[in-house]
Design a protein around this ligand. Sequence first.
Ligand SMILES: Nc1nc2c(c(=O)[nH]1)N[C@H]1C(S)=C(S)[C@@H](COP(=O)(O)OP(=O)(O)OC[C@H]3O[C@@H](n4cnc5c(N)ncnc54)[C@H](O)[C@@H]3O)O[C@H]1N2
Ligand code: MOO
Length: 416
Amino acid sequence: MTAAAREDICAAPGLLTVEAAQARAADIVKRPVEAETVALAFLSGRVSAADVASPTPLPPFDHSAMDGYALGSLDPEHRVLARLAAGAAGTRVALKPGEAARVMTGAPLPPGTVAVAMQERVRRTDDRIVLGSAPEAGANIRRQGEDVGVGDVIVPAGVRLDARHVAILAAAGVTEAPVRRRVVVGLMSTGDELVRPGRPIGPGLIHDANRPMLAALLAQPAIELVDLGVAPDDRDAMTRLVADAAGRCDMLVTSGATSVGEEDHLAAAVLAAGGSLELAQVAMKPGKPVVAGRAGRAILIGLPGNPFAALVAWLLVGRVGLERLAGMAPRPLAPLAAVAAFSQRGPGGRTEFAPARVVGSDAGGLPRIEKLGRGGSARLAPLIPADGLAVIPAGGAEIRPGDRIGFLPFEAAAEL
Ligand SMILES: Nc1nc2c(c(=O)[nH]1)N[C@H]1C(S)=C(S)[C@@H](COP(=O)(O)OP(=O)(O)OC[C@H]3O[C@@H](n4cnc5c(N)ncnc54)[C@H](O)[C@@H]3O)O[C@H]1N2
Ligand code: MOO
């Protein structure tokens, strides 16, 4: 740990606030990974590395929003001169007052069009139409560039791309875009008690839940996962594994060995491998013993061993560093406003995150949140029926039904 970091941690009486820990986790990352160019078909889930400007207006030309008639004036009667479907190369016809063209949705509009009348509002006899009621000037015309102008930014830098971005790039005829290369994230569990799922557990042993959990959270297009297995509870062995991982990963995410027990070797191993710790001991429940720092060129996130604590520490602290590394603009996880459907004694010294589900809404429309399970950072079963995490701020008074609390839905929390 650097002297400055040690001072900061000690300056707060006891523990860092969750917000301070998030700021620290972001600051550890000096710059995002490099950019590369990727084809449209592979952009979803990647993080944009630069603004993309549209080379073309959208729509590219004035066209009809309806099947009907392009009108040269708003007069009640018109003579029909031409017929245009979507894809028509255009027409040499320019409409004068009293003249119309039969048009389909998407068809380019002849010069002189003042409005398009829907065909349901028109009576046609041979080459003449009579309007039931005059449309407004400009009705049913989609103007060139009304959606996007030439040079408008259609995809900003620093966002996780999805189908919306792919659609607008495709519409503008753009076939590739600059994105951050995949962040190489190494996952390592620690502990002599851990056995890979699928293998039998002997006395005192348990199955490794954290590495599969983190792999499931991080199985995303912007990430390349490296499975680093299980480090034993041995300082020298852990040091070698950390040093090796530090050389080939952008981020190393470990779980376990962060606390104060005799077999909690992570901090010592990171320091022995030439790394540093910039964050430790956060005022959150669970997840207090989360650590973060650097090891070689990698950012290190050390999550607590208890699985629910590891999940909470990842979502609230580790994820912030990963987003920065992946080139995303900072997006602090802001809990939604909600009300408690439970009571509990306060105040707590740490911000509490508890598995919770929505059980209706109050008179003001805020979701009512019920806590699940009886607490405990090792319990996974309460997460299964949960919709997200109840957030109960540190230092608050007793919570009674109807009191304001925060709520983090899982969908928002788990997305990179
Ligand atoms: N004297 C103190 N003891 C503890 C403190 C403390 O402040 N003083 N903090 C407690 C808190 S809070 C937590 S959280 C845990 C964190 O401990 P570690 O990060 O050192 O984790 P371990 O001791 O290695 O393991 C804790 C627990 O989790 C199980 N575990 C570990 N890895 C996995 C895995 N990959 N999959 C499933 N389960 C795992 C492990 O077997 C232990 O039962 O420390 C408290 N102690
Ligand atoms: O903070 Mo520990 O993470 O409660 O179990």
